[in-house]
Structures are given as structure tokens and as C-alpha cells.
Design a protein around this ligand. Structure first.
Ligand code: ZN
Length: 110
């Protein structure tokens, strides 16, 4: 084994982002209030790629090689229902937001 394999876990891999459709929908609703399509001006709630509200969001990912290690950066996309304009969100931000929500929810249920 060479030394460079020891650093592989430093860049977060998108496979750890287990976001649900419902979490992405809530993220868009709470974090992106007033979201308006820059292409056509539609204020309709955008579509996004997910199995269901309880099912996983589909991420597109691309490999990243940085001095700190290797990983994959995931993206979530939201699509304008009127013209198809597509927003691209870095999944790590949504995942961190969702983790905080899960913590809050688990505390409020106690
Ligand atoms: Zn549009």
C-alpha cells in the first residue's frame, strides 16, 4: 500500500448523501423562498429528480481529485415546470441542512 491511499476519505463522497425527495422539497421551500425561474419568470414549484417524497433524490456526481484526496461531488437538480430551466445545487449543502433538520426533529419529538 502506498501512502496516498490513506488520504482518500478527506473529500466527502456523494454516496453518503442519503437525501429524500421530501427533504429536498422542504429545502427548496424553506431555504429558497421566492424562487423564481431566471429564464421564464415562472414562480411555480420546480420539479426535481427523486423516486418519491420518502425515496432517494437522484444525484448526478462527478469525481473530484484534490490535493486532500479523492471523492465525488454530488448535485441535485430542480427543473422549472414551465420552461425546463435547471437549477443545480451542490448536494453537500442540502445534506448538511437536512442533517440539522433531522437533529431538530429528533429533539422536538422527545
Ligand atoms: Zn422557466
Amino acid at each position: 500500500m502506498s501512502d496516498d491511499t490513506e488520504n482518500n476519505a478527506i473529500v466527502r463522497d456523494s454516496s453518503e448523501f442519503d437525501l429524500t425527495g421530501g427533504e429536498f422539497a422542504t429545502f427548496l421551500h424553506e431555504k429558497c423562498q421566492g424562487m423564481k425561474c431566471p429564464a421564464c419568470g415562472s414562480e411555480e414549484v420546480p420539479m426535481f429528480e427523486a423516486d418519491s417524497f420518502d425515496g432517494p433524490v437522484h444525484l448526478s456526481s462527478s469525481p473530484i481529485l484534490s490535493p486532500e484526496g479523492y471523492g465525488a461531488k454530488g448535485h441535485c437538480t430542480a427543473i422549472c415546470q414551465s420552461c425546463g430551466y435547471t437549477w443545480v445545487f451542490a448536494a453537500g449543502f442540502i445534506f448538511d441542512w437536512a442533517l440539522e433538520k433531522r437533529m431538530e426533529d429528533s429533539h422536538s419529538e422527545e
